[in-house]
Design a protein around this ligand. Structure first.
Ligand code: ATP
Length: 261
């Protein structure tokens, strides 16, 4: 089947992504273009296929079919040079990312930066800046194994940014993060987008998505239900109400009457 042509200005262009687990089609021939410089929210109910789609789009999970271009570079090409280029362009924070937790936050970040080819001095400089920007100074000598969930999230985010990617893909970046840190993270990401970077994030918090994102795609059953600017998708409503209208699933009957009796 011919795929729709990809948008040449897209930062990330997903083309016909498919993932099947047994009888379950987790992601169903999904195509989506993410414009350069956008702050793009991916939303959808639990099990909709968001994580599966984003991990395939970023080179972490091989699709059964389809591929993704990041600024025109094929993430799933057989060329090692092109794959390495795609890795440089992308900064990724997957859901439930495993970190080297026997290292402190700064040691881990310096390690990641050097794996990306940065020299030790630059790696250390950027580590210090990110640790400061994410309010992790007090935990600089603590092993990641002893960090709270929110602190782990912040180190994971820093590791997605340290090599200076052009596109960052973040699965639930604000989950478990305190409100002040959330505001700092939002600021970092908004500055990045203002300078021409592209941010793609998945979230269940519609108020955050509506406030922050220039564009939104609503995913359900592995497909894009609707995508466009946040204004277009919200269609004059609160995004949360629009989301509920689009995906359904609200229970009308009272049920669970034994609870609280
Ligand atoms: N490794 C796997 N093996 C089998 N089924 C899987 C696997 N990974 C995901 N799935 C299934 O694929 C579907 C999509 O899962 P996915 O994690 O992508 O959803 P999601 O939209 O990210 O959900 P959530 O919002 O709950 O995180 C779900 O039905 C899930 O059970």
């Amino acid at each position: 089947m011919a795929l729709p042509p990809s948008d040449e200005d897209a930062a990330l262009s997903m083309r016909g992504l498919l993932k099947v687990y047994g009888n379950l089609v987790a992601v169903a021939d999904l195509s989506l273009d993410i414009p350069t410089g956008s702050f793009y929210g991916i939303v959808g109910p639990n099990g909709a296929g968001k994580t599966t789609m984003l991990t395939m789009a970023t080179g972490l999970l091989r699709p059964d079919r389809g591929t993704t271009l990041v600024h025109g570079v094929d993430v799933w090409t057989s060329s090692r040079t092109a794959r390495a280029r795609a890795r440089q362009l992308l900064g990724v924070m997957p859901d439930g990312m495993r970190l080297l937790d026997k290292l402190s936050g700064p040691d881990f970040l310096t390690h990641v930066a050097m794996l990306h080819g940065l020299d030790r001095d630059t790696a250390r400089e950027r580590t210090t800046e990110l640790i400061g920007a994410l309010d992790l100074q007090d935990a600089a000598h603590t092993l990641i194994a002893d960090y709270s969930a929110g602190m782990v999230k912040k180190v994971a985010l820093a590791s997605a940014l340290i090599h200076g990617p052009r596109v960052v893909v973040l699965d639930e970046p604000f989950e478990s993060v305190d409100p002040v840190s959330s505001a700092n993270i939002r600021q970092i990401l908004q500055d990045f987008a203002r300078r021409g970077g592209t941010v793609i994030l998945s979230s269940h918090v519609m108020a955050t998505v509506q406030k922050l994102c220039t564009h939104v795609a609503v995913i359900n059953h592995g497909r894009v239900l609707v995508a466009g600017t946040t204004e277009q998708v919200a269609a004059g409503q609160d995004l949360e109400d629009r989301f509920t209208q689009l995906v359904g699933g609200r229970h009308q009957d009272e049920g669970l009457s034994w609870l609280g009796n």
